[in-house]
Design a protein around this ligand. Structure first.
Ligand SMILES: *[C@@H]1O[C@H](CO)[C@@H](O)[C@H](O)[C@H]1NC(C)=O
Ligand SMILES: *[C@@H]1O[C@H](CO)[C@@H](O)[C@H](O)[C@H]1NC(C)=O
Ligand SMILES: *[C@@H]1O[C@H](CO)[C@@H](O)[C@H](O)[C@H]1NC(C)=O
Ligand SMILES: *[C@@H]1O[C@H](CO)[C@@H](O)[C@H](O)[C@H]1NC(C)=O
Ligand SMILES: *[C@@H]1O[C@H](CO)[C@@H](O)[C@H](O)[C@H]1NC(C)=O
Length: 538
């Protein structure tokens, strides 16, 4: 393809069919191996698309890739980093442009992989991989920078949150000229509040989608200190939508005075399906909750239904990013270029503190250790406290972890607590054992956390990456990294899940966020444990 054709495509001026004439569809490209293979025993594919077919070029990322090649000794690990780290830029920047009603408002539509739809959570995390190279623009109106990409995603997420704040994934913006993607799974959905299928791809209410907007905003602000940007377009309005939506979802199921069920629920969802995790109990209300100060989440980051709606890691993430995003509001007040509602930053800090307090009070639960499964039934019961994955405020708790982020395992990764926190340490030990976590998969290929989305027996590389990010133990890190390097089925990319006993059985060949997360983890090791990158993984 000629570069000018590619530019027109990126600008949304050409139909996608023009691209496919010369650029292979990455869903198929990522399923087959391409030479030259890496020189290690795993002979990993060269999985980057050819330069002309890449969806974004960043010279900073290319420099970093070159630098890392000399830092990583093992040929297979080096190839895995080269393939995975740039994957979002290489394949998932589906469209960039400007708002129809404001030529200064940048927009960027980032797809999760093989569907032309943008998830709030995925897109925030897909960009987080490039935080190490996020810098303020060197020149005004610079369009080829990671900063511009961030602004485009923040602006588009703000629009999405103002359109349908309970929804998790969205259709291409009309400016892109890309037609909305059909979603057969959602055809039978009955959702309240109703939504527009031209704008929304799926409407599963997930608390971490709201927190993702705050995370993305924090990431951009802390690297650029570009406060003016947050006053320029719709960010403050979108922030209001986030606070109102999360605020509405703190309400308990029953009126504490009368006992009456509070109807309508701010959100409900039902689907015709054979999968229990694809719809909600109680005709779309979900399991009852008691008001605790925590915020309900109908679905998990895996897009599976919660068992109990107070999803602890999503509440942790919300508390953490409400606090950091309140500093953006402080900066806007300080700048006094735009009118900021009185007391907004204090409201965010107050909300954050209440959620944190409730997580500590209701999210930490006792577990019997001595007489539990694998324990000694005749020994006196010993009790320890750990974080539950989900609670309901009535005393019920799901003791498990689900691989997708935010997970309990990842609490230090998103900065809620330190990995040395004693409750976290006890929780982590349980989550990483087949006795303490119903979704921990043991196997000859990979040992790691999975979840109901891909089902028992399937371990998620993403959780093994998080295990490395939260460990200070070289032996644990090397073991997990070896498993990741050896379990890509020769394709050299991170899959969503892998049969823990058979690397040829996996799901999702093109999971852009998991690829970026692998790269983030390698960069973190370069900083924390450079010696590990000098080892052999053969
Ligand atoms: C990236 O650079 C290559 C040349 O190396 C070019 O062919 C391609 O069109 C560029 N992609 C974008 C999105 O600008
Ligand atoms: C790459 O390495 C050079 C030389 O050590 C250094 O100046 C530069 O900052 C590095 N770039 C990145 C993106 O890490
Ligand atoms: C940057 O873009 C804005 C809006 O399109 C425009 O008003 C301004 O003049 C541009 N600045 C430069 C230096 O091009
Ligand atoms: C189980 O606990 C009892 C009481 O503490 C002890 O006598 C017994 O040896 C234990 N059995 C095992 C297998 O550890
Ligand atoms: C792994 O799965 C593949 C594909 O289903 C199958 O052909 C192969 O026999 C399996 N290998 C083992 C060791 O079970």
């Amino acid at each position: 393809m000629k570069p000018d054709t590619q530019l027109l495509l990126i600008a949304g001026l050409l139909p996608p069919s023009v691209a496919s004439q010369s650029c292979p569809d990455y869903s198929s490209y990522s399923k087959t191996r391409h030479e030259p293979f890496s020189s290690g025993k795993h002979a990993l594919s060269s999985a980057r698309p050819s330069p002309a077919c890449r969806t974004f070029n960043s010279s900073a990322v290319e420099t970093l890739l070159t630098n890392m090649t000399s830092t990583i000794a093992d040929a297979d690990l080096a190839r895995l980093f080269q393939n995975t780290y740039p994957n979002t830029l290489d394949t998932a920047i589906r469209w960039r442009g400007h708002a129809a009603d404001n030529p200064a408002e940048e927009l960027a539509f980032i797809i999760t992989g093989d569907i032309d739809a943008m998830w709030l959570r995925d897109s925030a995390n897909q960009l987080q991989s490039y935080l190490p190279v996020l810098e303020p623009d060197a020149a005004p109106n610079q369009t080829d920078s990671i900063a511009s990409l961030y602004r485009g995603v923040i602006n588009l997420q703000a629009r999405q949150l103002l359109t349908a704040p309970f929804c998790n994934s969205f259709q291409p913006p009309p400016e892109s000229g890309i037609p909305p993607s059909p979603n057969p799974a959602a055809e039978s959905d009955t959702v309240f509040p109703p939504y527009d299928k031209e704008k929304v791809f799926e409407c599963k209410y997930e608390l971490d989608s709201l927190a993702a907007f705050l995370q993305l905003s924090t990431d951009y602000y802390e690297s650029t200190h570009d406060a003016s940007f947050f006053g320029a377009f719709h960010w403050l309005a979108a922030l209001r939508a986030v606070l109102d939506t999360a605020g509405a979802m703190t309400r308990g199921t029953y009126d504490p005075d009368t006992g009456a069920v509070r109807l309508p629920s701010p959100y409900s969802f039902s689907r015709l399906t054979t999968r229990a995790t694809e719809t909600l109990a109680n005709d779309g209300l979900g399991s009852p909750v008691r008001e605790t100060g925590m915020v309900r989440s109908a679905f998990r980051p895996s897009d599976d239904a919660t068992l109990f709606q107070f999803l602890v890691p999503a509440n942790m993430m919300l508390a953490r990013y409400l606090a950091s995003a309140s500093l953006i509001v402080d900066a806007l007040v300080e700048e006094s270029k735009v009118e900021v509602p009185e007391g907004l930053a204090e409201e965010m800090r107050g909300f954050s503190a209440r959620v944190r307090e409730a997580v500590t009070k209701y999210g930490i639960v006792p577990v019997v250790v001595a007489s539990g499964p694998g324990g000694n039934a005749s020994a006196a019961a010993a009790v320890e406290t750990v974080y539950a994955y989900e609670v309901d405020g009535f005393g019920s708790a799901a003791l498990m972890d689900d691989a997708n982020l935010p997970s309990l395992l990842a609490a230090p990764v998103f900065g809620y607590l330190a990995n040395t926190d004693p409750v976290y340490q006890r929780t982590r030990a349980r989550l990483l054992s087949a006795e303490g976590n119903p979704y921990f998969m043991k196997g000859s290929v990979i040992n790691g956390i999975g979840g109901p989305h891909a089902g028992p027996g399937m371990a998620w590389p993403m959780a093994s990456i998080v295990r490395i990010l939260t460990s200070d133990d070289d032996k644990e890190i090397v073991t997990a990294l070896k498993e990741l390097v050896s379990s890509t089925d020769g394709l050299g990319l991170m899959h969503e899940s892998i049969n823990s006993n058979n690397a040829t059985q996996w799901t999702r060949q093109w999971f852009s966020w998991a690829n970026g997360l692998f790269g983030q983890m390698i960069l973190d090791l370069q900083f924390r444990k450079p010696d590990i990158l000098q080892q052999s993984f053969q």
